[in-house]
Ligand binder design. Structure first.
Ligand code: AMP
Ligand code: MG
Length: 408
């Protein structure tokens, strides 16, 4: 059986071979996407020397401590307040009242903050203990980026700060990678639609929804292929149909060693090569991973176990974490915490225990296990916010020990 680390390497190798297309989207639709082009600025940023403070603009001169105020400049109204760029009327003894973001008159290089000086009649006088340094409180033309310089690189994930950079560069439209289409098919004779009330030995197909929503959390397109019975021809037809429509297929159920676990055999019949089956982890050991190759195209297929906790945990760890890595998206966050509560773990598997991570008023971060009693309890999972990692070689970790937690 392969290790968690080996499984991830194999998944990453396959995911890297996916080649999503690109599309042009409006800047507001670009949030949460990965940019597919390098973006250069069409202007210098800032585009002009400007004041970082409300105060007084001057031409720095070591020997001068008082000036004559010759007017004011408001942000965006440089020329309206008098043509200061014709510096004839301004000399070393002149100061101009200036607002944050306003353009400095040509030749002016320094801004005295409003609280460091006072005005008496038309004279500006520097406070005795105020600091005066050439160039202070001035943002210089091109200091952030020069026209033609690269602002964002292809492969960058776009959130509000990157959207701000695009906006400042005038990119109202931007080329991003197409979102992958990830299909979900759940299998099991016991499964009914969630609109139905279970009777007898039927259960609602909750996995369909946990996995579809986890796909949406990644910003990818989730395709719902519904429920297939534990019947070879039904599963085969449903998987073949789904493979026609999606880039990546995720199934749940039917991958263990039970008499009605058909997914592995059927994958083979559909030309899906098994990359691995079973990983040394808990929960989620029976995971099946395969690839279907067609004319140079490669489709990863994840056969996750049916247990509602196992399917979501393995989706997060194997599918989501690796997709985020491969497609420039925000990766899953890992946090070190102090374990609160003992855990019984005697085998050599890597365990992922549902946990609740919190920070107390002193800043100490602790993680309490939830749902230790039943690995299938999805209600307990719904109150967890992390997976506590207990490494292969680690036995019976005790309360107070340090653990790594993956935020989910
Ligand atoms: P399996 O992996 O098919 O052996 O299923 C393992 C367990 O998960 C069984 O108890 C199933 O009833 C349950 N299960 C399978 N599929 C789903 C699903 N879509 N939603 C909720 N539970 C499921
Ligand atoms: Mg089953």
């Amino acid at each position: 059986m392969i290790s968690f680390r080996q499984a991830n390497e194999l998944v990453i190798n396959a995911l890297k071979k996916l080649t999503p297309g690109t599309e042009l989207v409006s800047i507001l639709d670009a949030q949460g996407r990965t940019i597919a082009e390098d973006v250069t600025s069409d202007v210098d940023l800032p585009s002009f020397n400007n004041s970082a403070m409300d105060g007084f603009a001057i031409r720095f001169d070591q020997s001068i401590r008082s000036w004559i105020v010759k007017g004011e400049i408001q942000a965006g109204n440089f020329t309206n307040s008098g043509n200061y760029s014709s510096s004839g009327s301004l000399d070393n003894l002149s100061a101009v009242s200036i607002m944050t973001g306003s353009r400095l008159p040509d030749g002016f290089d320094t801004v005295i903050p409003i609280e460091d000086a006072f005005v008496r009649e038309d004279n500006l006088i520097l406070n005795t203990n105020a600091r005066l340094v050439k160039g202070m409180n001035v943002s210089k033309k091109g200091q952030d980026v020069l026209k033609g310089e690269t602002v964002l690189r292809k492969g960058t994930f776009l959130k509000a700060p990157q959207i701000a950079a695009l906006a400042a560069c005038g990119k109202s439209q931007v080329r991003v990678f197409e979102r992958l289409k990830i299909g979900v098919l759940v299998t099991g004779d016991e499964l009914i639609r969630i609109e139905q009330t279970p009777s007898g030995d039927k259960i609602r197909a909750s996995n369909l929804y946990s996995i579809l929503s986890a796909i949406k959390e990644m910003g990818m397109i989730a395709l719902n292929f519904g429920i297939a019975r534990d019947n070879r021809s039904e599963i085969k037809a449903a998987m073949a149909f789904a493979l026609e429509k999606c880039d990546v297929l995720v199934t749940t159920g039917g991958v263990s060693v039970g008499k009605y676990d058909f997914v592995k055999d059927i994958s083979g019949e559909l030309g899906i090569e098994t990359v691995f089956h079973k990983i040394n982890i808990k929960p989620g050991k029976p995971v099946l991973f395969g690839v279907k190759r067609d004319n140079g195209r490669l489709q990863p297929v994840f056969g996750l176990p049916g247990n509602p906790v196992s399917s979501l945990v393995t989706f997060y760890l194997l599918v989501k974490a690796n997709m985020l890595k491969c497609f420039g998206l925000d990766e899953l966050t890992s946090v070190k915490a102090i374990l609160r509560g003992d855990i019984v773990k005697t085998d050599s598997k890597r365990h992922f225990i549902r946990g609740f991570l919190e920070r107390d008023e002193n800043g100490n971060v602790s993680a309490s296990p939830v749902g230790l009693e039943s690995s299938g309890n999805l209600v307990q999972m719904s109150v967890s916010n992390c997976l506590i990692v207990i490494e292969e070689e680690r036995i019976n970790p005790l309360s107070g020990e340090e653990v790594e937690c993956i935020m989910i």
